[in-house]
Ligand binder design. Structure first.
Ligand code: AMP
Length: 458
């Protein structure tokens, strides 16, 4: 299928060609013709599916009629959960609308100075892309006029609800004319989302682009179990030595963890950046730009980067810590395998976190292959539960390199020290303990069933 068959105006077709879009993605092919009929849409689509252009193109088409009639005003309002996502949508709106007469896009996000946003709002604005809180500030100060909005987009609605924006969203929507077209996009659809959608949409067409089970086919996923944070740090050192990594995003659960790990990796000579909520928006924007320009190879981030970040050169998403919500796993790994490329998602989990992994697998609708690295195997969980060590469907060997051993001595030290002393110990060739002896002899310790596990020995 080609874009030419979707009913889009020539100015927009030209922009899609210039953006390098050869053919519509499934979400675009299904949404755009329906949207052009004026229908409200409720779309379940994952990040990376091309959903942004799926709502921007029909919204811009409607806007182009108004621009031709010199009917100016903020006709499109797009609400998004994060600043990064807002900025990316703003950039894409400018790109896809580049042949519409002097299109003006205002991106209004928190964490940025008010003054430039106020200046933007005091001039002509056709599209507002905003996070809900900052938009409300501008509405309350009388600067943002929402009375002319004709197209409302709620992007990543599930995330906005998770982030507690429900009241702000409802207040914003109460200021918008009821006579409008609404596009409601969400990666997941539970009862809360359905309720919000029910309030905002009129007789919508409901599109579920990809059922969860088929998602992320382009991303190879695997999981490594670890005994403790020090062990995870060892696994990370192994994983990062893979020269297949073009750029990686490494997720931690805390801002402090992200800053510390970024510092450690920088000390080890990686071109590293950090992205977390303690950074101001300018720092965050600078970091994202450095990533896009390839000046950063390893980005250590909290979940602020789990959504919206669209850098097609990210080859690996690594969960150093598990996400708090299973849905966030999907968003995190969606940072790789973008724009039709292949990606790899690697997750580290401590043995005590197996139940969290199961929740993630339930959300995904499939299991994640467990992989072990020779010399870095987790300590077997002894006879506590029966099927613990049985192979899981989908488990398979992944390519890895034999590495310096992980010893029990390392496990007792805190993460940073543990890594450094482990490295030093390995370099000095001072293996210790039964594990090392077994590994060097190429034997299994009693109770280990290495033949049932995938290892990086191959
Ligand atoms: P999104 O899901 O909107 O975040 O889009 C993910 C990426 O896919 C972005 O880098 C888009 O520029 C890119 N993209 C969107 N539509 C197409 C298309 N039809 N062909 C190729 N790439 C696309």
């Amino acid at each position: 299928m080609s874009f030419d068959t979707l009913g889009l105006a020539p100015e927009l077709l030209r922009a899609t060609k210039e953006a390098g879009y050869a053919q519509p993605t499934p979400v675009q092919a299904k949404s755009i013709p329906l949207a052009l009929t004026g229908k409200d849409l409720l779309v379940q689509a994952r990040t990376g599916s091309g959903k942004t252009a799926a709502f921007l193109l029909p919204a811009l088409q409607q806007l182009s009629f108004n621009l031709r009639r010199r009917d100016h005003g903020a006709h499109i309002l797009i609400l998004t959960p994060t600043r990064e996502l807002a900025q990316q949508i703003g950039t894409m709106a400018t790109q896809l609308g580049s042949h519409l007469n002097g299109l003006k896009v205002a991106t209004l996000v928190g964490g940025m100075p008010y003054r430039p946003q106020q200046r933007m709002l005091s001039r002509r604005v056709d599209i507002i892309v905003a996070t809900p809180g900052r938009l409300l500030d501008h509405v309350r100060s009388g600067l943002a006029d929402l009375s002319r909005v004709k197209t409302l987009v709620l992007d990543e609605a599930d995330r906005m609800l998770d982030m507690g924006f429900i009241d702000d969203i409802e207040t914003v929507v109460s200021k918008i004319p009821k006579e409008r077209q609404t596009f409601f996009f969400s990666a997941t659809l539970d009862r809360r989302i359905a309720r919000l959608a029910g309030d905002m949409l009129q007789d919508p067409a409901h599109l579920n682009i990809e059922p969860p089970k088929q998602q992320h086919a382009q991303i190879k996923q695997r999981i490594h179990y670890a005994d403790n944070p020090g062990h995870k740090r060892q696994l990370l050192a192994h994983v990062l030595s893979d020269d297949q990594i073009n750029q990686a995003i490494i997720f931690t659960s805390t801002k402090r963890g992200a800053a510390d790990l970024a510092q450690e990796l920088a000390d080890e000579g990686y071109r590293t950046g950090a992205l977390h909520g303690d950074m101001n928006q300018q720092q965050r924007t600078r970091t994202v730009r450095a990533l896009q320009e390839g000046r950063i190879r390893m980005l250590v981030a909290t979940d602020v980067a789990a959504r919206g970040l669209d850098v097609s050169t990210i080859s690996h998403a690594i969960n150093f810590d598990l996400p708090k919500q299973p849905e966030d796993y999907i968003h995190r790994i969606g940072r790789t395998g973008r724009a039709g490329r292949k990606g790899t998602a690697i997750t580290f989990a401590e043995q005590r976190e197996r139940h969290q992994v199961r929740r993630i697998e339930q959300t995904l609708g499939h299991t994640i292959a467990i992989t072990e690295i020779e010399g870095l195997e987790p300590t077997p969980v002894r006879e506590r539960t029966k099927p613990r060590r049985s192979p899981r469907p989908g488990a398979g060997a992944t390519a890895g390199k034999p590495r310096k051993p992980y010893t029990d001595a390392h496990a007792k030290r805190p993460a940073r020290k543990s890594h450094k002393s482990a490295t030093a110990g390995s370099r000095a060739g001072a293996p210790s303990g039964a594990r090392r002896s077994a590994a060097s002899a190429g034997k299994s310790r009693p109770g280990q069933r290495t033949h049932q596990r995938s290892s990086a020995r191959a």
